[in-house]
Structures are given as structure tokens and as C-alpha cells.
Write a protein that binds this ligand. Structure first.
Ligand SMILES: Nc1nc2c(ncn2[C@@H]2O[C@H](COP(=O)(O)OP(=O)(O)OP(=O)(O)O)[C@@H](O)[C@H]2O)c(=O)[nH]1
Length: 333
């Protein structure tokens, strides 16, 4: 139990020296990493430390984030809102020792994270509360999939409910009428949230950074025991599996296999991503898909001394591990 009165009064007496923290959330494949890259490559004269949490046994997201000279910390031992909250507290603690090196911190959560416990960390943990300030919860919404996702996932509802700012992304994939329907749906969950429509998360940085404060009052209205209740549940049945392959992969065979797989099981496979070593190419290939919609690109050379191992991650329901492994391994060159 935490003394709500005490927390509220301490927050009101904040000092300017606290580091602003932006929490980026949004369902699987909504465009969080795209937004993060947009922020990190923009000219704002600021330096951000980045904490990435992904749901998967093998890290892929780190490779998908641009090579800015930002400090990137990866936590992939579990979901940020459950087991790794201790890790988050520790990482924030160690960042604070190098406070002078950056102006702000960005925490990208996994698409399956409930942002409430992440936001709680900034109020409930005394040390974190003293040194940092939750600037805003920014939720990226996938316009193409959101209406269905909200039906199926309580985390997706929470991500909208706790948002201070919503980036309504992938507007290129829906028409005006659909957009209006989505905005109305969002407003049902979070009436006063700022909504910024976007393509490829391309929003003005002033819409995302320096928002001036997470709305604790609103969080308490939505969830009165926000500061006390640290229990939460997860959507049933969603798991993550990852498959490393050390031999080079045949590009054509991979594309044929993955498109057939996603055609057949894209309803259950919420998200897939991979870093691939295609035979005959020097550069890494980044593959990703949200349900059936896939894309990919070469993203530059392997790092010096890095093992050229292909890694493919699936997140979804009813995943058949041996079948996925066999399928991926059959793409070896
Ligand atoms: N058509 C379209 N595709 C987009 C847009 N924004 C991002 N994408 C694609 O959507 C996919 C997912 O984007 P990411 O930025 O990796 O999404 P994410 O939220 O970080 O994904 P997770 O970390 O797995 O939850 C990628 O294939 C992007 O290229 C958009 O505005 N329009």
C-alpha cells in the first residue's frame, strides 16, 4: 500500500531537475519502433536514452532501431509490466548516475504490455519518483487493425485508456469514414486524449515530447486503485517463439514459405519479425509482418564480429513450435 496523499503532494512539489520520461506504447505492430526511429533521427538537439522491452526470447527490436549514438538498453526477459519491472527500476537507477549525458528517457514497451504498471513505477518507486518525471504515455494506434484488436485484447484497451497522446498511425490504409469511426471509438475509452493522425508515425516531435506531465488524476479516475493495485492479468494464450538459424537463408524460399504461412495463419500470428542472413547478400534483411501484412528491407551490414545468425520471432496464439521451426529451417540455402 502506498500513501496516495503523500505521493500526490510529493509530485506537486517536483523539482525541475527530474528527467522527463516518455513511455511509448501501442499494440503489436502499431508503429512504435517507427516512431522511435523518427524521434531519434530528427534534429532536435537533444539526447535521449532509450529503454526497449520486447516480448520474445531473442532480441530483434534492437536491430530495427536506427544506429543513433543514443544509449539503447534492451530488456527481453519478459514483459515490462510483469517480471522485468525490477529491471526497469534498475536501468533507470543506473541511467540516473549518468544524468548529465542526456535530456530525456524514452521507454518503448512491448505491444502486449499494459501501460498501467509501467506508469505506476514512476509514482510508486521512491527512488524513481524522486529523479524522474513521467512526461507522457504516448500510444501508437494501428488504424488498420485497431477495431478488431480492441475486441480481442484488454491490453489494447488499457493502452488507449492510459494515453496522454495518441498517434493514430497507418491512416494510409483506411478511408475517412473508418477514421471517424476509430476516433469515436477512441473517445469512448479516453474522451479528452490528444489524437494525431499519422502515416509511418510521422508526427511533429512537439506532439510527442515535452507534453508536460502524465495525467495522474485521469489515471485515478479510470482506475481508482492505480497507485495501490500492482496486480494485472494478461491476455490468455498469446505466446512468443523465436527461431535462430546459423546457415544462410534462401531468399525466394523464405518469401514463399512465410507468405503461405501468413495467408494460412495470419489471423493467429499477431506479429512476426526477423533479422535474416540471405545467401548472396552482405546486408542484414529485416522482415516484419502484422497479421498477414508483411514487409521487409535490407538494413545495412552486420556489426563487426557479429555472428551472421538469422532470427525469426512469432507472437500469437496456437503457435506450433516444431512446425514453425521445420518451416524456417527448410528455407536454408
Ligand atoms: N502502411 C503502413 N505501414 C506502416 C506504417 N507505420 C508503420 N508501418 C509498418 O508496420 C510494421 C510495424 O511497425 P513497427 O514500427 O515495427 O511497429 P511496433 O509497434 O514497433 O511493433 P512491435 O514492436 O512488434 O510491437 C512495419 O512493417 C512498418 O513498416 C504506416 O503508417 N502505414
Amino acid at each position: 500500500m502506498h500513501d496516495r496523499e503523500q505521493i500526490m503532494s510529493e509530485i506537486q512539489g517536483e523539482t525541475k531537475d527530474q528527467v522527463p520520461v516518455t513511455v511509448l506504447t501501442g499494440f503489436l505492430g502499431a508503429g512504435k519502433t517507427t516512431l522511435l526511429n523518427h524521434i531519434l533521427t530528427a534534429e532536435h538537439g537533444r539526447k535521449y536514452a532509450v529503454v526497449i522491452n520486447e516480448f520474445g526470447e531473442l532480441g530483434v527490436d534492437n536491430d530495427l532501431v536506427v544506429d543513433a549514438d543514443e544509449e539503447v538498453f534492451e530488456m527481453n526477459n519478459g514483459c515490462i509490466c510483469c517480471t522485468v519491472r525490477g529491471d526497469l527500476i534498475r536501468i533507470l537507477g543506473s541511467l540516473m548516475k549518468r544524468r548529465a549525458k542526456f535530456d530525456g528517457i524514452i521507454v518503448e514497451t512491448t505491444g502486449l504490455a499494459d501501460p498501467a504498471p509501467v506508469a505506476q513505477t514512476f509514482f510508486v518507486d521512491e527512488n524513481v519518483r524522486e529523479k524522474t518525471r513521467l512526461d507522457a504515455v504516448v500510444t501508437v494506434v494501428d488504424a488498420y487493425n485497431v477495431l478488431q484488436t480492441l475486441e480481442e485484447s484488454s491490453e489494447a484497451v488499457h493502452q488507449i485508456a492510459f494515453a496522454d497522446v495518441i498517434i493514430l498511425n497507418k491512416t494510409d490504409l483506411v478511408d475517412e469514414a473508418k477514421l471517424a469511426e476509430i476516433e469515436a471509438k477512441i473517445r469512448q475509452i479516453n474522451a479528452y486524449v490528444k489524437i494525431h493522425p499519422a502515416v509511418r508515425s510521422n508526427v511533429a516531435l512537439t506532439d510527442v515530447l515535452d507534453q508536460g506531465g502524465f495525467d495522474l488524476q485521469r489515471a485515478l479516475e479510470y482506475e481508482p486503485d492505480f497507485l495501490e493495485n500492482t496486480e494485472h492479468s494478461h491476455e490468455e494464450g498469446v505466446t512468443s517463439m523465436s527461431f535462430p538459424v546459423s546457415e544462410p537463408i534462401n531468399e525466394a524460399r523464405f518469401h514463399a514459405w512465410i507468405s503461405a504461412l501468413l495467408q494460412e495463419q495470419g489471423g493467429d500470428i499477431l506479429r512476426s519479425k526477423g533479422i535474416l542472413n540471405f545467401a548472396g547478400h552482405d546486408d542484414r534483411y529485416a522482415f516484419q509482418a502484422v497479421h498477414m501484412m508483411a514487409d521487409g528491407d535490407f538494413i545495412g551490414p552486420w556489426k563487426q564480429g557479429e555472428k551472421k545468425e538469422s532470427r525469426l520471432v512469432f507472437i500469437g496464439r496456437n503457435l506450433n513450435r516444431p512446425r514453425l521451426r521445420r518451416g524456417f529451417e527448410s528455407c536454408r540455402a
